[in-house]
Design a protein around this ligand. Sequence first.
Ligand code: BMA
Length: 376
Amino acid sequence: MRKLLSLTIVILILTSCNTGDSMRSGPADRSATPETVAMLAGLHRAAGEGIMFGHQDDLAYGIGWIYPGGESDVKRVTGDYPAVYGMDLGYIEHRSAVNLDSVPFEDMKTFVQQIWDRGGVITFSWHVDNPLTGESSWDVSSDRVVASVLPGGEKHEEFKAWLDNLAEFLASLRDDQGVAIPVIFRPWHEHTGSWFWWGENLCTTEEFVALWRFTFDYLCGEKNLHNLLFAYSAVGDFKNREHYLERYPGDDYVDLIGFDYYQKGDPGSSAFRENVGRALGMLTEIAVAHGKLAALTETGYEGIPDSTWWTTTFWPTIENHRISYALVWRNAHNLPGHFYAPYPGQLSEQDFISFYNLGETLFQSELTALSIYKQE
Ligand code: BMA
């Protein structure tokens, strides 16, 4: 009888695990390339090993340097590259030669190939201009922009042309053998805030979901792109699970869920620890329930004015949450003080090395060893 009971328990446990497994049986894009399928599985595996460290525009520029190739502030400090490399596609919609922060798209393609060669992870955000007013993505003067780009809207054809330009760039990311390099695409980010034209007060829930699904269907369907994993990321001060999921386009449209949250104010402030800890708790529960990866998609402390921020605030806040990565924002070459990763001589340099040396922080060399692109 005892045996029968434990057998039943084992079966019950297996069945419930199965639900989770079957929910994450592959990328949202059902026609994803084998490399993209492997990447998603590899990311889930890596999430069991530790948290990957990411840095925006890591290879493009840093404090006191710009585009020499092979350079990186993270590498200058630790001897290793980050595991995740963020880049932004703002201005690709205009077929501009450089993005909104002056990074040449041709250089970006080279970075993508280098990252792929060493087994790193690429993630793209898109600060796309406002198609209705012609101003930046921060132009929130109209609450009709999302409606205007949807089918039937006056900017729909123009928006499709913008997606064509985006798709052309994403399709051009290939290795020497012509294999499409898989990337995480994170459009329409921080949508629970209201500072981008797709933000919460600027469109209805239905419009936002339609925008997301249209983008997904157009890129994966019409444009036949199958090297994308889709990341949905809110702002870290979302109220509760319902709020987080209010504009969620559905499990069939998303591979990774996350949020953006930065430390503000003086080093003594506990707001970052409290808010990020609380939000990560909810995020990781949702991720498990929906079979998705979770990540802290943008974070950091501008100027890092705290010499031990990495090991006394950042790591204790994230370490107990099963997240795939945490990505800090860019080390601007053109905006003094606007940096989020240390550089040689920066106040938190030594502490960042301690952070790097922790067993569960993953940088490029550890990620290379995990070979996330290995096909099973
Ligand atoms: C912001 C700032 C801006 C930048 C934008 C897109 O947070 O860093 O200077 O243009 O991101 O990268």
